[in-house]
Design a protein. Structure first.
Length: 310
């Protein structure tokens, strides 16, 4: 593992294609010892953000570091950052063992380590099977085994729960929680919001390429959604009173009762255009903090949070 206490730091990442900005000034941190969920509707910029973090797509501006070091500057990056972005990326003609052993050779880890990792993810009994014959869930297990081969300090996983049944999801959760307990930093995208609420410590929600929420994944207490003619001044006034505010797609989400927020706005003479209490379940909060202005399923008003994340 890389020395140092910092985990994954994303600072002002921006990606523009011609005149279209798909990721806009995204900043967040995934700390060591924690699991951070990167969430957002389909097309919100999650995968592009991950690809920029890993130097698979050049950012227009901004940068990401892993324990203080950009990915491109890491010696033998697989021994510092474990990555699984696409479960179908492995060569379909190779066997499970050939795929894992080749990765082990690149990472300079012994055959026994490769064997142990395949056993840990439940693939030792199918090590001769061709990757192309594996189910999606088995490919996800293989992807996690490859990501962990180099004993990294950080994990970056794009939809690692796709194709897993409930037992597989519990298996994945146990592995990620164990990794975090040992001091690792995990960032993953997922559309399994209820499972994320259980295992993740921290959530970052993207909406149209911008951060609409950055805070705890397990929400409690009362949250108030407010919009006003001067949200910057209102947020400042609330923060001065020790009240936490979160930027949302259309206003602010406040960790306080609606009456308290209204009273502060009145004292500061700020005109409020919307004020309501919102559910603090993550899946409901997701709907509150994203606009839903996307094509297909993400744009349907009756679509569930899980559908909009696909």
């Amino acid at each position: 593992m890389i020395p140092g206490e910092s985990g994954i730091e994303v600072s002002n990442l921006t990606k523009t294609y011609k005149s279209k900005t798909v990721v806009d000034d995204v900043s967040f941190a995934a700390e060591r010892g924690q699991i951070t969920a990167l969430l957002g509707p389909n097309g919100s910029g999650k995968s592009t953000t991950m690809r920029m973090m890993l130097d698979l797509a050049p950012p227009t501006s901004g940068r990401a570091t892993f324990c203080g070091t950009p990915y491109r500057d890491l010696p033998h990056p697989g021994t510092h950052v474990g990555v699984s972005l696409d479960a179908s990326a492995q060569h379909e003609g190779r066997s499970v063992w050939e795929t894992a052993r080749l990765a082990g050779l690149m990472l300079r880890v012994p055959r026994t380590t490769v064997r142990d990792h395949l056993e840990a993810v439940g693939l030792s009994t199918v090590h001769r099977r061709r990757v192309g014959a594996l189910s999606l869930g088995m490919r996800q297990r293989l992807g996690l085994a490859l990501a962990l081969l180099g004993s990294p300090a950080c994990l970056v996983l794009d939809e690692p729960g796709n194709g897993l049944d409930p037992e597989g999801m519990r298996w994945l959760s146990d592995h990620l929680l164990s990794f975090a307990r040992d001091g690792g930093a995990v960032i993953l995208s997922s559309h399994h919001l209820r499972e994320i609420e259980v295992i993740a410590d921290h959530a970052v929600i993207l909406d149209r390429g911008r951060v609409s929420y950055d805070g705890p994944s397990r929400l409690s207490g009362t949250t108030t959604h407010v919009d006003s003619l001067d949200n910057v001044r209102l947020a400042s006034a609330l923060e001065r009173r020790g009240i936490t505010t979160h930027q949302a797609a259309n206003g602010l989400n406040i960790d306080a009762e609606a009456e308290v927020v209204g009273a502060v706005a009145l004292t500061e003479q700020i005109v409020v255009t919307h004020l309501s209490s919102v559910s603090t379940r993550l899946e409901s909060f997701f709907l509150e903090t994203t606009s839903g202005e996307f094509s297909g399923t993400a744009a349907r008003s009756d679509a569930s949070p899980e559908e909009r994340l696909r």
